[in-house]
Each structure stands twice: as structure tokens, then as C-alpha cells.
Ligand binder design. Structure first.
Ligand code: PLP
Length: 395
């Protein structure tokens, strides 16, 4: 049947990460041990008190639709954490909406602000769904290369050149997927000043905001003049090891939240009710679980960074200071990052993601996620080291 599937689907490519994941699964089905450095989710279980609260909510009959913007207790808990952690004040009744993860928060944000042809400045490389979310909202993604040696911040000369009368927003994602970069206070101030000067929205993707091991934890929304301009897209997924619960949020001005709630009414209607009760327990309960997880990620990060710096054929140009990713560059001639990712999986049983999946600037890199056990990190790094030595010797 001709035109059976809408044209907009042409914008949606098969996710590059799934390709490597499926190939890794095939190898495992053949009995091979694979180290899963490709997966971008914490390997920890959700803390017990969060699961317990969701179970109790089920037992109490919280199985029906919830309010479109999320249960009041969840919005209050989000507002409470933003105050305690970032000294940001948001009205839980009018300035916060609960979303199905940070990903839906991003979609609702772009759908709320973009008219056809509006441009959004995005980091390159970046989390894949950014560009698609902008395009599906009628906007135009304008991808700007990052500077690895400057905490993977924007190349400002390129940003200034890309600025046009149609520029509507700029995205900040610190800590950054896929590089692990964390912007400094001065760098955040520079983005904020740029957004103010050119009257842009600042979309702040805070998916990894509790996974900062070195450097700045400041929210750009806390900077002068930025609260009304910033759309904070947060998530409980990585912070509380709750990726499958699908709980995130937007904190922004009443104008934006009003628009997002109207969309939510017609898209999701509401989030899973008992999952929201679990999320309340996460946000209002003891926070030592997140410090324990972050401490373990940091231990692995140190191992990964130190080891990769010694592996021949690889270079770590910047300092990964957050999230659970590193993004080494391949410094061997004649091999693409797609070929190297395939080689590491076939030869060494190590799954990593070809950097070009994250944008043009990711070409020649791969993303390694250290959200696997310390032992698997050590084993996987040893495998990469011997695979790279073999490759270097062949050259
Ligand atoms: C940068 C970034 N933003 C947002 C998300 C969305 O996460 P979730 O929808 O689980 O909150 C992810 C997930 O990997 C991410 O890496």
C-alpha cells in the first residue's frame, strides 16, 4: 500500500544503540560472555523503600487515573528537592508537571515552545532523541560541535555563527551524554548570558544532575534572570535507578507548564499512579542511596579513565566528570568508529556504541558506559586493551 506510513517516520532511524545491543544478545545466546558497556542505565536495583511505597500504593487501591500534571504529593516532593538540592523555588501547583521520564519532559518542552521552522541549538554529539524531538515538534535542530578540552562545552564561535532570527532555544545537558562532560560555573554563566542576550529558552536536561563527581552542580535556573527563561527537564531514572518506572518532570514558568499540561492531557493522560507514589518515597526519603550509587560510579570512573589513557590507539581528549560515560577517540588511521565498535564486539566480546550514533562530531569515537559492575569494568577494559594492542601491531 502506497503512503501507508506517515512521512514523518522517515525522520526516525532505527536506534543505533539497539543494533549493538541485539548483536551482543546474539553472541550471548551462543554462550559467549559479553561486557555490556553499551547500556546507558544504572546496574543497581531501585532502593527498597521506593519499591515498598509503590507496593503499598497498589494495596491501597491507587490503580486509577491520576491528575494530568501528576499527583499533588509528587509535585510537592519534586519542588521540595529542587529547593533543598538547588535552592530553586517552584510552585508545585502551577510550575511543575510530572512526565513519563526525562524523555517525555523534553518532548513536551519542545512541543510547547516551537513553531514550524524555529531553530534549536543542540550539542554535537548528544543524546539521540534531542534532534528528533525538535524535528517532530516542527523545529530545526542546529547541532554545534563541543570542545572536549573545555569540559565538552559549546564552541562559541560556531554558536554565534549559527544564531539566526529563527533561533528559539539552546540546550544544555550537564553532565553530558555521551561524553561525561560537566560544565563549569563560568561556562554555565556564559550559556545563560547568551540565552538572555538573544531572548532564547534554555532547555536544561538534568537527567544526570546527581551524578557529578567533580565540578559544578549549579543550576542555570538559579542564575540572575534565568528562572523565567529556563525549562528544567528532570528525571528520577538515573538518580534512583528507576529507569523502568518512567518518572521525570518539567519545572518551568506557569506559561510553559500550562502548555505542557494541555499536551499531557491529550498524550499520556496521566502517569502510572502507583509508580508516582514510589517516586514520592524516593524524593522525600533518605538520600544516602543516591550518594552510595554515585560513589560507586565514581570508583569505576577512576578505573576507566586511568586505564583508557594507557590503551594504545585510544585517546581521551577531555575529562569525564559526570554521568557514567566516557567517549574515547580512536587514533588509528583507516578504521571508522563503526568498524571499531564491531571489532571490539566480535574480537573481544565488549559492546560499546559507535560515536557517530550521537552526531557527526561523534565520528571516530565510541561511548563506553561504566554502569556495569567494577569487576566487569576491569574485565572489559583488559579485553579492550588487548584488542587494541592486536590492532596497533597489525598496522
Ligand atoms: C541526556 C539524557 N536525557 C534524557 C534521558 C531520558 O531518560 P529518562 O526518560 O529515562 O528519564 C536520557 C536517557 O538516557 C539521557 O541520556
Amino acid at each position: 500500500m502506497e503512503n501507508a506510513v506517515a512521512k514523518r517516520l522517515e525522520k526516525i532511524a532505527f536506534a543505533g544503540i539497539r543494533k549493538v545491543f541485539e548483536k551482543a544478545n546474539q553472541l550471548e545466546a551462543q554462550g559467549k560472555k559479553v561486557i555490556h558497556f553499551e547500556i546507558g542505565r544504572p546496574d543497581f536495583d531501585t532502593p527498597d523503600h521506593i519499591k515498598e511505597a509503590a507496593k503499598q500504593a497498589l494495596d491501597k487501591g491507587f490503580v486509577h487515573y491520576a491528575p494530568n500534571s501528576g499527583i499533588p504529593a509528587l509535585r510537592e516532593a519534586i519542588a521540595g528537592r529542587l529547593k533543598a538540592d538547588k535552592n530553586l523555588t517552584y510552585n508545585p501547583n502551577s510550575e511543575i508537571i510530572a512526565t513519563a521520564g526525562g524523555q517525555e519532559a523534553l518532548y513536551l518542552s519542545f512541543l510547547s515552545i516551537l513553531n514550524e521552522g524555529d531553530e534549536v541549538i543542540l550539542p554535537d554529539p548528544c543524546f539521540g532523541p534531542f534532534s528528533l524531538a525538535v524535528s517532530l515538534a516542527g523545529g530545526v535542530p542546529v547541532k554545534i560541535g563541543l570542545q572536549p578540552k573545555q569540559n565538552y562545552s559549546y564552541d562559541w564561535e560556531a554558536v554565534k555563527q549559527a544564531l539566526s532570527p529563527r533561533t528559539k532555544a539552546i540546550v544544555v545537558n550537564s553532565p553530558h551524554n555521551p561524553t561525561g562532560g560537566v560544565l563549569s560555573e563560568d561556562q554555565l554563566k556564559a550559556v545563560a548570558a547568551f540565552a538572555c542576550e538573544h531572548k532564547l529558552w534554555l532547555i536544561c536536561d538534568d537527567a544526570y544532575d546527581h551524578l557529578v563527581y567533580e565540578g559544578c552542580r549549579l543550576s542555570p535556573a538559579a542564575l540572575q534572570g534565568m528562572r523565567e527563561r529556563t525549562i528544567l527537564c528532570g528525571s528520577l531514572s538515573k538518580t534512583y535507578a528507576m529507569t523502568g518506572w518512567r518518572i521525570g518532570y518539567i519545572a518551568a514558568s506557569e506559561l510553559i507548564i500550562g502548555a505542557a499540561v494541555r499536551l499531557q492531557q491529550n498524550i499520556m493522560l496521566s502517569l502510572c499512579t502507583f509508580a508516582q507514589h514510589g517516586a514520592v518515597a524516593g524524593l522525600t526519603g533518605p538520600q544516602d542511596c543516591i550518594h552510595a550509587m554515585a560513589g560507586e560510579f565514581d570508583r569505576r570512573r577512576q578505573l576507566v579513565v586511568e586505564t583508557i589513557r594507557q590503551i594504545p590507539g585510544l585517546e581521551l581528549e577531555g575529562e569525564p566528570k559526570g554521568a557514567f560515560y566516557v567517549f574515547p577517540r580512536i587514533i588509528l588511521p583507516g578504521i571508522t568508529s563503526a568498524q571499531l565498535a564491531d571489532y571490539l564486539l566480535d574480537y573481544a566480546g565488549v559492546a560499546v556504541v559507535d560515536g557517530s550514533v550521537f552526531g557527526e562530531s561523534g565520528n571516530g569515537h565510541f561511548r563506553l558506559s561504566y554502569a556495569v559492575s567494577y569487576e566487569d569494568c576491569r574485565d572489559g577494559l583488559e579485553r579492550i586493551a588487548s584488542a587494541m594492542k592486536a590492532l596497533v601491531q597489525k598496522q
